[in-house]
Structures are given as C-alpha cells and as structure tokens.
Design a protein around this ligand. Structure first.
Ligand code: IFM
Length: 443
C-alpha cells in the first residue's frame, strides 16, 4: 500500500515524469532529426529499430495526458523540451510550431494546477550538431546555452523549476564509453570530453536561465548504488571506482567544482585542454539537487583495460529491466548527497519507478501490484531519509505513460498508465488508482 500524502511534510511535491522523445512523437510538428533517429536506423542498436517518430503521440494528445496527471492528485509534471523541436538545426532559426507547442503545454499545466518542472535536454541531440562532434565538441556548451535562452525567453516566466540536462552519466558514459545509447561510441577520448562538456553545458545553461531571472534552477543526476561483489579489497576498490565514474563525477563537478580521483585516474590523459579552468562554471550555484534512482550494482575487478570493472549478477528480486530492487540504496544516496554535495539545499527524487511486462487490459484497467509495491518501498526509504534530516522536498515517478525505452524500444513498460501502441489508448493501471487514493487531499 502506498503511504498517504499526510505522511510527508506539508508542501512535499508529488509528480510524474516523462521526456520529449519518449512520448511526443518526434515526427510531428516540424522537429528536426536527432542522433536517436540516426542511431535507431542503424541495425542492431535498438530493438526492432523502433524510433520515437510517433511514440505516444503526446504532441496531439497532451490535454488528455495532463488531465491524467491532475486526476491522479499529483502536484507537478516533470517534462522535457526537445532541442531539435525548438531548433531543428540545433542552432539558428527556431521552429515556431515547436515553441508554440511548449507554450501551450505549460499553459495547460497551469490551467490544471500543475507545477511545470522543465528539463532542457533529455537526449534528443539535433543531428547537425552530432555532425560537428556533438558532446565531444567544446562548442556544444555555447550552443546549448543559446538553446536554453531561446526556449526560456518564451516559456521561462511560467516554469516552476528547471534543470538543464537529464542524467549526464547517460549522455556521456553510457553513450560514448559503453556505446548503448546514441551516438553509440565506445571510445575513451570521446568519453572524457563528453563527461566534461556535458557539465560545462549544464553550467552555461544555468547561467543563461539565471540571466533571464528564472528561479528554482537545479541539476538532475542518475545514481546507481555500487556494492562490492565480494569481501576482497580488490572488489571494494572496483566498487568505489564505479561509484566515482557513475555518481561522484557529476555530483562532485556540480556541487564541489571537482572530479573524484578514482575517475580522473583513467580519464585525465584524455581530458580536453584547460578543463580545470571550467570548473567554476560547472559549479555555478544551483537551487536544488535532483536524484534519479532505480537500482544498485554488484561490482568486482576485471583484467580488461581501465576502469577494470566487472558487473556481477545480484541475488535480489529484479524488475523487467533486470535491475535489482534495492530501496536501501535510495536512502543511502539521500543521506550521502545531503552530507557531501547538496548540503542543505532542497533535494528532489526526480525519477523512480519500474518496468514491468505487457499485461492485459481487463475491465478498463491493468493490474500491476508490483509497481505499487516498488513505489511503496522507495517512498518508505524516502520517508526514513527525511526522518534522518535530509531536506527532501519532492518525489517524481518515472513514468506517467508507457513509452519509448530508448534502445529497448517499446517493450519495457514504466507507466502508471498503460499505452496500447497500436491505437494509443491510455488506460490507468492499478498503481495509478492506488496513487490517486494515497495522494487525495480529502483523506
Ligand atoms: O526511460 C529512462 C529515462 O529516459 C531516463 N531515466 C531512466 C528511465 C528508465 O530507464
């Protein structure tokens, strides 16, 4: 059973999260081509070569989707804008239909009493910028700040909170070292540059939004708890190296203006010249810290080149993604982030949720008790962290809708609301109804 709203402090914000490419239908409304279109059209990268061209058709069905958020008694909607929808070439002439779309969307949230929580970039890099080297090119920080200014001049006056980049680890490491997301590189030099430039772009965009007078600006990092695979000192070292690359690099850059030594040890020879001079920009003050949390990993040493890491399968129950369910990791991260990084700033859990397989629609609903259990366990961990002094002020569920799960296509269903990808009908699942009851203000 989900904890009631009354079990959280007054003003605690409950929201749902989505992202542009995963739901909008990028083929509509004059959006430009993105590196995800290029990646998906290359055989072997994405299950069934699926793309976000139609996705959930949120571009046309957004009023219905916003109604669903309001009717679940949620307070906020964390959405993202697509760089390529606003600027089809990445720079230059904006797409008026794209700006109009986000303008209408934000007004639609306000009309329904929802707080608009904007993310500027959730991975749809315009292909013309990818041609110029994308995140490997230092100039991306300036291109991104210009995009931030163009978009926020139009909608920034009505935004409740804004963060530049969703999950910089995915933008950099997952996409340039592991090759699992666009642009699909496996190249350490490209990785080092992307790891740095993504944070430089973050800092420049914060400055651009501040200059427009926007309040409540933050950063959203995805974190994965790393436990040693066994009791050996080698496994302990490997887990701390994993933690440095995955978690501490981004929080350290943004909140302390420094990179952790175990990650720099391998990346230093490949860093762009003069990177140290950018650390003050990267650490431009923000107003809050957003954490996306799903799982933990068991890590051991590996004889392969740096970072010498091997992932070992863990024993805990897993979601459809194969991710272990480990709510303790969320509590651990909340405590550590408060103590070492955000130090008193508000923290938001900006994503948490689980994928489950396709289940039948019966009597206008889908039974997903496993999602209600997952959310209950993580909300309990969040509550414990508040009791232990963490300034946690909100919790966003990933995701409102079943949607495009990147290289895994449409198979992994994270939604509170089921989407039939043929007719695009939305059907609230039992977890949606449970949430609606828990968040009711009438007891
Ligand atoms: O679907 C993704 C989202 O785009 C970013 N955070 C994790 C989610 C689940 O994998």
């Amino acid at each position: 059973m989900l904890p009631a709203r009354s079990q959280f402090p007054d003003g605690f914000v409950f929201g749902a999260a989505t992202s542009s490419y995963q739901i909008e239908g990028h083929g509509f409304g004059g959006a430009g081509r993105t590196h995800w279109d290029d990646f998906a059209e290359t055989p072997g990268n994405v299950v069934r070569a699926e793309t976000g061209a139609r996705a959930c058709d949120h571009y046309h069905r957004w009023p219905q989707d916003l109604d669903l958020i309001r009717d679940a008694n949620l307070d906020a909607y964390r959405f993202s804008a697509s760089w390529a929808r606003v600027l089809p070439e990445g720079r230059g002439v904006p797409n008026p239909d794209g700006l109009d779309f986000y303008d209408r969307l934000v007004d639609g949230m306000l009309e329904r009493g929802l707080k608009p929580a904007l993310t500027l970039y959730h991975w749809e890099l315009p292909s013309p910028l990818a041609d110029l080297g994308g995140w490997r090119n230092r100039d991306i920080a300036g291109w991104f700040a210009d995009y931030a200014e163009i978009l926020c001049r139009r909608i920034g006056d009505r935004i409740w909170s804004a963060a530049p980049i969703n999950e910089p680890w995915c933008v950099a490491w997952l996409s340039h070292f592991l090759g699992l997301h666009a642009p699909g590189l496996r190249d350490i030099r490209a990785t080092a540059r992307a790891m740095h430039h993504v944070l430089l772009a973050h800092g420049r965009a914060i400055q651009a939004m501040r200059a427009l007078g926007m309040p409540n600006l933050g950063a959203v990092c995805n974190l994965e708890w790393a436990d040693p695979a066994d009791a050996s000192p080698e496994a302990a070292l490997a887990a701390s190296r994993y933690d440095a690359i995955y978690n501490r690099w981004f929080l350290g850059g943004i909140f302390r203006g420094e990179y952790p030594e175990p990650a720099l040890a391998g990346l230093l020879p490949h860093m762009p010249p003069g990177w140290q001079d950018d650390m003050a920009t990267i650490a431009t003050p923000v107003d809050w810290c957003g954490l996306n949390y799903y799982t933990r990993k068991l890590i051991g040493p590996d004889p392969s080149p740096w970072p010498h890491l091997a992932e070992v399968e863990g024993p805990l129950p897993k979601t459809q993604m194969g991710w272990e369910i480990y709510p303790q990791g969320l509590e651990n991260f909340l405590l550590r982030t408060e103590a070492e990084y955000s130090r008193g700033l508000p923290i938001y859990i900006t994503e948490n949720g689980m994928a489950s397989g396709e289940a039948p629609v019966v009597d206008e609903t889908v039974d997903d008790p496993e999602r209600t259990d997952y959310l209950s366990l993580h909300l309990a961990a969040a509550r414990r962290a508040i009791d232990r002094g963490v300034n946690l002020q909100g919790y966003f569920i990933w995701s409102l809708l079943d949607n495009y799960e990147w290289s895994l296509g449409y198979e992994k269903r994270f939604g509170l609301v089921h989407v039939d990808f043929d007719g695009l009908k939305r059907t609230p699942k039992s977890s949606y109804h449970a949430l609606k009851r828990a968040l009711s203000r009438n007891g």
